[in-house]
Design a protein around this ligand. Structure first.
Ligand SMILES: Nc1nc2c(ncn2[C@@H]2O[C@H](COP(=O)(O)OP(=O)(O)OP(=O)(O)O)[C@@H](O)[C@H]2O)c(=O)[nH]1
Length: 301
């Protein structure tokens, strides 16, 4: 055991480290079976903590993997913390911690280490699954959510908006005359412009506002808990930021503009109907001369 991390008690755990008598008793066997039942990291850590309680009482536990931006915690953090850097076959899986207000005893720590060995393979599978899922929902060019991710997120946000009676708005934006960028400077430059636009939009929205690539040169921003006024202001701010900044791609200082549509969820509306309205609003912005924001209400009046 090496003291690797801050905390009251800490250790480095790897597969070769400890395989103690814990495997022999039935509670530990139950734990092994339970950990085979899911690839979801949150469920996995929940199951591990629940089964560990039978051996080592603790008030809270957590797991983090910085590289994969995983940060999960359960229960209440106590004053005494015991943390382990989990490794499997030389691969770092992340840091697991448990805590409570009373010090952990040596036999309890031995027990924990032995039981943590059961978590290593399921945890590695869970991490791989998370990476695969994130690839399936990420647009590789702009590193934003893709269309599948948008549909999933929209359905979830719609449900939350209905349940809590909160407003939900969408912005759909399309790059103006994008074809001419491809035609004049090549497809690679077009790709670089899309990456640059995605980056500026991400920099101008709140963390809770999620950006998705809807298709070609179209992006959608899902604004939870945002009414029409706030969405119009944000759309106008993005329009201005893009219009006034020079897109420096491969030494070409390009001027880019956007056409944006805004729509706010109506009672009883489906996510497809909302998407249709915001799409119509964006086309209205195109028809009225581009480089502007159109409100879905105006086009129906
Ligand atoms: N470089 C690049 N181009 C793309 C990508 N996806 C779509 N496009 C191009 O985007 C262009 C879209 O052109 P149009 O739909 O005619 O629209 P536009 O030129 O932006 O004109 P308006 O939208 O009317 O202002 C086409 O040339 C597509 O080939 C991509 O991933 N990379």
């Amino acid at each position: 055991m090496k003291n690797k991390k801050a905390g009251n008690q800490a250790g480095l755990l790897n597969q070769e480290n400890k395989e103690k008598s814990a495997t022999s008793d039935s509670s530990s066997f139950q734990m092994v079976l339970a950990l085979q039942t899911t690839l979801d990291l949150e469920q996995l850590l929940n199951l591990f903590s629940m089964h560990l309680q039978a051996f080592v009482a603790h008030s809270g536990s957590s797991f983090s993997n910085e590289a994969l931006e995983v940060e999960l915690s359960l229960g209440r953090k106590g004053r005494h913390v015991c943390s382990y850097n989990l490794q499997l076959e030389g691969e770092s899986l992340g840091e697991w911690q448990m805590s409570r207000d009373r010090r952990f005893t040596e036999p309890e720590l031995d027990r924990t280490e032995a039981l943590l060995c059961h978590l290593l393979y399921p945890l590695r599978n869970g991490l791989k699954y998370r990476v695969a899922l994130s690839h399936a929902y990420t647009d590789p060019l702009t590193q934003t959510g893709n269309r599948a991710a948008l549909f999933q997120s929209l359905q979830r946000e719609l449900e939350l908006a209905r349940r809590y009676g909160t407003p939900l708005s969408l912005i759909l934006l399309d790059v103006d005359h994008f074809k001419s960028i491809n035609d004049n400077f090549g497809h690679d430059t077009g790709d670089a412009v899309l990456r640059s636009i995605a980056r500026s939009i991400k920099d101008s929205v709140r963390g809770s506002d999620i950006l998705f690539r809807y298709g070609g040169e179209e992006f959608v921003i899902v604004l939870s808990n945002t009414a029409k006024g706030g969405a119009m202001n944000l759309a106008e701010r993005i329009r201005r930021i893009v219009e006034t900044s020079v897109c420096d791609v491969r030494g070409l200082n390009l001027r880019i503009t956007l056409s944006l549509g805004v729509a706010t969820l109506r009672p009883g509306e489906t996510h497809l109907e909302l998407l249709h309205r915001v799409d119509q609003a964006m086309y209205q912005a195109k028809r009225s001369g581009r480089n502007r924001v159109a409100d879905a209400i105006e086009i129906e009046a």
